[in-house]
Design a protein. Structure first.
Lengths: 178, 166
């Protein structure tokens, strides 16, 4: 794996294997490559879990932690799962800043081409349901990969996914698949 | 006139909509990460005192404080009373002032109820390093001797007629 050319493939296991091969490189280059690999899945998982503002902040804080503890983090078997926990821990203070009880929307979100009812529909889901549906339905993570990051079993992920899709269909007025 | 609502996307494009929604939270560049890490830069390991060393330092400080406190207590208990009893009736002021001795003397003379031949009013007060007893009549030699003895020589008696210390 060459520094700077690592791309997120959508497969967390592959990513972690690639990250493990980067350990021998110099600190900053090594970390830049690490961020290029780990940032997209980590951010998506945290955004799915906490929403746009809090999720991105949590991802940034978790990656800052990763830089501070890079000697340890870069050798982990599942850095995304580990940093997801770090992001969860850091999210407590972030949520106090952004407030709780709602799913914040970034200011520029209004211009994005997103289904208008999707944000409200996602707000009605639980954190885990939202994370699961984002990671599985949008980014094609496997149930096992999502389970590893969220710390739940494959069957739990599947149950969350089914419920989340059902709720989203109802909220968005989409007929059930045959 | 209200603006037109944004067009709804086809309902079968949930995955694409979810991706678009998620990616609104832009990527976190390495520069931002390093800036955040710099903001909360940890103490380098070589400068970071080990937790065990901190505990040791705290224990040592507590130990030193305990030794000092013990020494103070013991010195308070073992300091000899330096007030030499004055000769009875002399009223000679002691050159040393020991609050503990004053307290003991004060407690010793207060129970004197002056149930002698005649009742007497007496006012007790600590003046400097001595106890001044102001009485309402002249005292007998025995009464003065008893006050002086009980007060360990620290008592000065002020009688009404002379208006001066006995």
């Amino acid at each position: 794996v060459e520094v700077g050319t690592v791309a997120f493939t959508g497969n967390a296991v592959t990513i972690e294997r690639e990250v493990a091969s980067l350990v021998a490189l110099d600190d900053l280059d090594e970390f830049t490559a690490f961020v290029g690999t780990i940032e997209p899945p980590l951010r998506r998982a945290l955004v799915g879990y906490y929403g746009l503002d809090v999720g991105r902040e949590a991802a940034a804080e978790a990656l800052a932690y990763a830089w501070e503890h890079r000697r340890t983090v870069l050798t982990l078997e599942h850095p995304v799962a580990y940093l997801f926990r770090v992001g969860q821990s850091r999210s407590r203070s972030i949520r106090r800043h952004f407030g709780t009880g709602h799913l914040p929307v970034l200011a520029e979100a209004a211009d994005a081409m997103v289904e208008p009812g999707l944000h409200v529909a996602l707000m009605k889901l639980s954190d885990r349901q939202r994370a699961v549906v984002v990671l599985c339905a949008a980014f094609e993570w496997t149930l096992d990969e999502v389970g590893t990051v969220l710390g739940v079993s494959r069957s739990t992920v599947q149950r969350h996914l089914e419920r989340a899709l059902r709720h989203l269909r109802v909220s968005l007025g989409v007929p059930a698949e045959p | 006139m209200a603006p037109d609502p944004p067009p709804r996307r086809p309902p079968d494009r949930l995955a694409e909509d979810l991706r678009a929604w998620t990616e609104q939270a832009g990527p976190v560049p390495t520069g931002e990460i390093l800036a955040r890490a710099g903001r909360m830069a940890p103490i380098p390991p070589e400068h970071r005192p080990h937790a065990r060393a901190l505990v040791g330092m705290a224990a040592a400080m507590i130990g030193v404080a305990a030794v000092i406190a013990l020494a103070l207590v013991l010195s308070g208990q073992t300091t000899p009373t330096t007030i030499a009893p004055a000769s009875p009736g002399s009223g000679a002021p002691s050159t040393e002032c020991d609050p503990a001795a004053i307290s003991r003397a004060f407690a010793a003379v207060l129970p004197q109820t002056w149930q002698g031949a005649e009742p007497i009013d007496a006012r007790f007060e600590v003046v400097g390093c001595r106890i001044r007893v102001t009485v309402s009549r002249l005292l007998t030699a025995d009464e003065i001797a008893r006050l002086t003895r009980d007060g360990n020589g620290l008592v000065d008696v002020v009688e009404p007629r002379t208006g001066r210390d006995s």
